[in-house]
Design a protein around this ligand. Sequence first.
Ligand code: ZN
Length: 194
Amino acid sequence: MKIVRYPHPILSYKSKPVRRIDQGLRDIAAEMLELMYQAQGVGLAANQVGLPYQLLVMNPTGDPEQREEEYVFINPVIQKRGGGLTDFEEGCLSFPDLRLMIARPETVAFQAIGLDGRPASYSWKGLKARIIQHETDHLHGQCFYQRAKFSGELQARPVLESLAAEFDSDRRRGFVPGDAELAAEIAELEKKYC
Ligand code: ZN
């Protein structure tokens, strides 16, 4: 498992809901958390590791010692956003070296299923609310730079261009499969849990 970078096509893929939870899925979530900590992130969506599932992991402290702050959410649905828009500088593990000011609602109410298979409701504000919005966007195929203001888009452009050049070169050297092969891989992965 490794974190894919922009513009890998799975980052714009709309993930499918998970229909089955088993030890394999629990192992995937645990591995995602470890990768997230190694990369010094606070959240990671399954499509960022090449898996087309509505699954995300997060820990607002980013600290592997604080396991009580860890969350694994399956099929999250944001039901309400409120509290007004707040600006905050975000980063993303699929966009190394890019930090952008993004405006998001301060509070969210959402439902999600835990690894125990039980649905639960949450009302969050501040950093946790921001992380869940950023990661849920990923599951819908949306990345943070797409929410940046025009000035942020301008700031992002050179970084996006250099990431795109790196990705093209990786693909030419065969490190990333072509679109048809990727689509077949995704269909195969979906058969397992969706
Ligand atoms: Zn991200």
